[in-house]
Design a protein around this ligand. Structure first.
Ligand code: M6R
Length: 638
């Protein structure tokens, strides 16, 4: 997720900004930049890669690789201080970028400037209508330097400023044209005494100092300077001067707000007040899903969702003609592929084969040029997945990739890329990447169904409307997490945990069991519920917890019978279901109810209690879920 900082005061802004960005490194980034008002002009410096690269570029000094590997070393800090000798100025903005539109590069890094360099902005979020706005601006002769969605904002602002001669008015007018989510920081050469900042659906904090004021995406960037902050609310603006801050709504009316005093220490602050990244990322799922979905759903004039559009998608013809989809991935991403098999069959009536990449690459797979080959990878760097991708390309197949990392190897080598816009995932155990992968797969299935004429317009609209309701339903589950926490406190010492389910729910069982074993080290397995009596039932005893996932009302009787079978052999049973309890009366020790949802899309919901259960079991067993033993976030070796 991008990080924004801004400073207006009496100190040299460049080192202040770079050090503040350093405190936002935990958010993940691929490039960085600053724009400083020097007294005469706005000077911009940006660099792909680490903040150290930016500091090297500014100072011309090269830091040895050994030092680069150390975090917060004295050499690094000294170099940041030195940047102030090269760019002098007491006001500026800075940014760390996590690429969403356009690869990581110097040009795509923020800040972005208007054509004459007199206005500069930093942005975190996604401008959903940027393609339309860009086309209009280009038609008027505006030359774009980057591939970003952000650049439209600064050119629009420039136009509006030229029309009114009032930068504040121009910012407000620009905000009214933008669709999507954003936190922005703006500086203008003609207003050397102020920073203008605004937010809608992306976080922004104003730090209140003495003779200096700040903006930042998150509190850790500010803690060295102040603990007094304004948390900007939805559709609020701040104008920061050296000695005071004015707050406004998007109509330009002044508002009064009480500052908050931050009590968190740095560690808690980087996790947004959560104890671990894993639980933070579990809670980020409603936002990650909204960000991933909103730009992709096409609506008609009345606002009714009618179709799906992936701007990166160049394979419509291939989707129309494909005889099969072949999916390969590893771990959690593979489980998303298993859900996709059910989804594509049901929604688009397409044949799907799913394989773990490490198996696929050593088989002699039978592939046909009319197959669509799909890889799914959060990191885009998993060695086995990459090899599978290359094998498919060698055989002449077109490859579509679903990944969370712009510029990753997978994204570069695939013919077509669909990005999950989950933001960086820091915890080793994948949570928000998984649900955003599922979402992209459901959207793709709808698109494929429409292209192939196997899904009616009415059915497509119904599914898309329901997808739009998923983030708030996940929020509902998160709000009721205490039930799961309590259940985990009773079960965390169990010897064996089995997840069972049918259809989509058997796929969710795989992911649920993986999550639990990864972070809590409890022995957990997943079985298709119908397979129980073909062997695994021999393992059931009173030390077993069975979690049944039951999202399909037509199969309640069947899974209910499986629950009775294991309960009568002494197992404790929890069921995750949308039924309010009647269907499983007397068959479960805990009914974990999820909001109502069609069984087609319910895997986006049923996995949430399982993620929470895994997290709480890990905590209760005394483990750090963010860094499970023996595991790496990205497996770049075989
Ligand atoms: O980056 P990728 O999605 O390609 O990674 C694949 C797996 O290594 C990954 O999903 C792994 O299973 C996670 N630790 C799951 O939580």
């Amino acid at each position: 997720m991008c990080g924004i900082v801004g400073y207006v005061g009496n100190k040299n802004a460049t080192p202040v900004l770079i050090k503040a960005l350093k405190k936002l490194e935990y958010r993940g980034y691929d490039s960085a930049g600053v724009a400083i008002y020097t007294g005469e002009e706005i000077l911009v410096q940006k660099a792909k890669g680490k903040l150290l690269n930016l500091a090297e570029k500014i100072t011309g000094e090269i830091i040895p690789d050994q030092v680069k590997k150390q975090d917060f070393s004295d050499t690094e800090m000294a170099l940041y201080d030195k940047t102030g000798d090269f760019i002098k100025g007491c006001m500026g903005i800075g940014h760390t970028r996590w690429a969403t539109h356009g690869e990581p590069s110097d040009l795509n890094s923020h800040p972005h400037t208007n054509m004459d360099g007199s206005i500069s902005i930093v942005h975190n979020g996604i401008i959903e209508n940027y393609a339309d706005l860009k086309a209009k601006l280009q038609a008027q002769g505006i030359v774009f330097k980057s591939q970003t969605d952000t650049e439209v904002v600064v050119h629009l602002l420039d136009q509006k400023y030229k029309a009114s001669g009032d930068i504040f008015k121009a910012v407000i007018e620009t905000l009214h044209v933008l669709e999507g989510s954003y936190a922005i920081g703006v500086i203008c050469k003609d207003y050397p005494d102020r920073i203008i900042a605004a937010r809608k659906e992306s976080p922004l904090v104003v730090g209140i100092g003495k003779g200096e004021n700040f903006i930042a995406s998150d509190v850790p960037a500010l803690l060295e300077h102040t603990r007094d902050v304004y948390y900007l609310g939805e559709r609020e603006l701040a104008v920061l001067y050296t000695d005071h801050v004015d707050l406004f709504n998007f109509d330009g009316e002044k508002i009064i707000k009480q500052p908050s005093h931050v009590e968190w220490d740095m560690d808690a602050a980087t996790k947004g007040g959560y104890e671990h990244f894993m639980i933070k990322e579990i809670h980020e799922q409603p936002k990650g899903l909204t960000d991933t979905m909103r730009p992709r759903i096409v609506k008609d004039a009345s606002g009714k969702p009618v179709d799906v559009y992936f701007e990166e998608n160049k394979m419509d013809e291939a989707w129309k003609k494909a005889s099969r989809v072949v999916i390969t991935a590893c771990g959690t991403a593979y489980h998303a592929g298993v859900v996709a098999k059910y989804a594509f069959e049901k929604i688009a009536r397409m044949k799907v084969d799913v394989d773990v990449a490490s198996e696929f690459r050593y088989r002699d797979p039978i592939l046909d040029p009319s197959d669509i080959f799909m890889v799914i990878s959060q990191s885009g760097e998993t060695a086995d997945t990459l090899s599978a991708l290359r094998l498919a390309k060698e055989q002449g197949l077109k490859v579509v990739a679903i990944t969370n990392c712009v510029g990753s190897t997978v994204s570069r080598e695939a013919d077509d890329v669909i990005y999950t816009l989950a933001g960086p995932e820091i915890a080793v155990a994948s949570t928000k990447a998984y649900t955003t992968q599922l979402l992209c797969l459901f959207l793709l299935a709808v698109k494929a169904g429409k292209l192939r004429g196997t899904l009616s317009d009415e059915e497509a609209t119904k599914l898309l409307c329901e997808l739009e309701s998923i983030p708030s339903k996940i929020q509902e589950i998160l709000d009721g997490k205490d039930v799961i926490q309590k259940f985990a406190s009773q079960q965390f010492n169990k010897d064996k945990i089995f997840y069972i389910g049918r259809q989509f729910d058997s796929a969710t069982s795989l992911e649920s069991a993986l999550k639990l074993k990864e972070v809590s080290y409890m022995h957990s397995e997943a079985f298709a519920a119908g397979e129980l009596k073909h062997g695994p039932i021999a393992l059931i005893d009173p030390a077993t917890l069975v979690v049944a996932i039951a999202s399909e009302p037509k199969l309640y009787d069947k899974i209910g019978s499986n629950m009775v079978e294991v309960k009568s052999r002494g197992a404790t049973v929890m069921v995750i279901t949308q039924d309010s309890g009647d269907a499983f009366e007397g068959k479960a020790d805990l009914v974990c109810k999820i909001p109502e949802c069609s069984s087609t899309l319910a895997s986006l919901l049923t996995v949430i209690p399982a993620q929470l259960f895994a997290y709480y079991c890990a905590i209760m067993r005394g483990y750090n879920p963010d860094k499970p033993r023996n595991l790496a976030k990205s497996v770049t070796v075989e």
